[in-house]
Ligand binder design. Structure first.
Ligand code: CMX
Ligand code: CO
Length: 146
C-alpha cells in the first residue's frame, strides 16, 4: 500500500548551491550524498521530517552525471525544477504489479537500487497526468541494495 510521500525529486544545475538554499531558507539538513550511475545522477537527500524507521520524508536534489540521462534530458527542456514525486510503500514490487494491472506502465520489470539502499521503480509520466512517479521501499523496510 502506498502510505506516504517519500520524497520530491528536484533537478538542480549546482548541487552545492541548492543544498545551501534548502539549508539556509528552510533548515533542512543534507544527510546523504551519493552517485547512482545506473540512474545517471549525483544526489543529495535532505531530511524534511521523520526518523530512521522508514517513515521520513525527503527532498532529493538531483544533478545529472551524463548527458543521455533522464534528468539531463529533462533539464535540457525545462531547466531546474520538480522532476518527480515518490510515494513510499513497504513492498514496492507488490504495489508496482498492482498498479501495472490497472493499466499504468511500470518502467522496470524488477525494482532497482535507489538512494540509501532503497528499492525503486517508476511509472510512466504519460500514464500519470504528466507526473513522473516513483515508488520506493526504504532500506528500513527491508529493501536490500543490489
Ligand atoms: N516528468 C514529466 N514528464 C516527463 C518527464 C518528467 N520527469 N521526463 C520525460 N517526460 C515526458 C517528456 O516531456 C516527453 O513528453 P512529450 O512526448 O509530450 O514531449 C515524454 O515524457 C518522453 O520524454 P523524453 O525526453 O523522450 O524521455 P524518454 O522517453 O527517453 O524518458 C522516462 C522518459 C520517463 C522513460 C525517463 O525519464 C525515465 O526512465 N525516468 C525514470 C528514471 C529517472 O528519472 N531517474 C532519475 C531519478 C533517480 C531517483 O529518483 O533516484
Ligand atoms: Co527519486
Amino acid at each position: 500500500m502506498l502510505s506516504r510521500i517519500d520524497h520530491i525529486g528536484i533537478a538542480c544545475r549546482d548541487l552545492d548551491a541548492s543544498v545551501e538554499f534548502y539549508r539556509s531558507a528552510y533548515g533542512f539538513e543534507p544527510v546523504h550524498r551519493e552517485v547512482n550511475e545506473e540512474q545517471g545522477v549525483e544526489e543529495v537527500m535532505l531530511r524534511v521530517c521523520g526518523t530512521d524507521d522508514g517513515g521520513a520524508s525527503w527532498i532529493q536534489l538531483l544533478h545529472p552525471t551524463r548527458p543521455d540521462s533522464p534528468v539531463a534530458k529533462w533539464m535540457e527542456r525545462h531547466g531546474e525544477g520538480v522532476h518527480h514525486v515518490a510515494f513510499g510503500t513497504s513492498d514496492v514490487a507488490a504495489d508496482a504489479e498492482a498498479i501495472r494491472g490497472r493499466g499504468v506502465r511500470v518502467l522496470y520489470d524488477e525494482p532497482r537500487r535507489g538512494s540509501m539502499g532503497s528499492r525503486i521503480t517508476f511509472l510512466h509520466p504519460k500514464d500519470c497526468g504528466g507526473v513522473l512517479t516513483e515508488l520506493v521501499t526504504s532500506a528500513a523496510h527491508g529493501a536490500h541494495a543490489a
